[in-house]
Design a protein around this ligand. Structure first.
Ligand code: 5GP
Length: 188
């Protein structure tokens, strides 16, 4: 069992049959050791990329740790809120349904930060149905970049995202892969 899996067992809370709460080490309070150990596993599977792409907020800390291990490559995060600084013409956009809030939001990445032919690793905190990852993949395609892989720290395999993304020919690796929740316990 890796460090993240142990942390999930000791500190994670199952909210219902769909959602795991990890706000004591990932989504609210952050435990640097968990982030570092998780990033090491991601980089052992995907050692090289030109850039890491994630989505605010919780993906950023993992993406940053991954980038450091890859030799300080740039990290880009898709923004969820509209900015007064741009009028929409200079950004790539995707509509993403939020798993936890059940709302759809438009996320944006400035066109300057995705270049043609760039090899991009997508990183997030969770992979559930895959909507966030699919939106980010779409944004990379709009910028004519290559998605070399997708890594979320934690995946709930039973919610289908992993298979959807792999079916597109994109390798997926998540250091903590949850098969299901049984009797209020996490099953890897
Ligand atoms: P997906 O788009 O793959 O359905 O869901 C992934 C996104 O929803 C992640 O960016 C994450 O923020 C959120 N998410 C999905 N499942 C969970 C969960 O069980 N717990 C938490 N804290 N966030 C989740």
């Amino acid at each position: 069992m890796n460090y993240l899996e142990e942390k999930i067992l000791t500190d994670g809370k199952i909210i219902n049959e769909d959602i795991l709460k990890v706000d004591s080490f990932l989504n609210h309070q952050i435990d640097p050791k968990t982030i570092r150990e998780t990033a090491k596993l991601i980089v052992s599977r995907f050692p090289k990329a030109d850039k890491v792409l994630t989505i605010e907020t919780s993906g950023i800390v993992i993406a940053y740790a991954v980038s450091e291990l890859m030799g300080d490559i740039p990290v880009v995060f898709a923004k969820k809120s509209k900015s007064a600084i741009n009028d929409g013409s200079n950004v790539y956009t995707a509509e993403i349904k939020s798993f936890t809030r059940n709302t759809v939001s438009t996320v944006t990445v400035d066109r300057r930060f995705i270049s043609e032919g760039e090899n991009i690793l997508i990183v997030d905190d969770f992979l559930a149905e895959g909507n966030a990852a699919l939106g980010l993949i779409d944004i990379v395609k709009q910028g004519k970049g290559n998605v070399i892989g997708m890594s979320a720290a934690i995946e709930k395999f039973f919610q289908g995202g992993h298979e959807k993304i792999e079916a597109m020919g994109i390798p997926v690796y998540c250091p903590a892969s949850i098969k299901g929740f049984k009797d209020k316990k996490v099953i890897f």
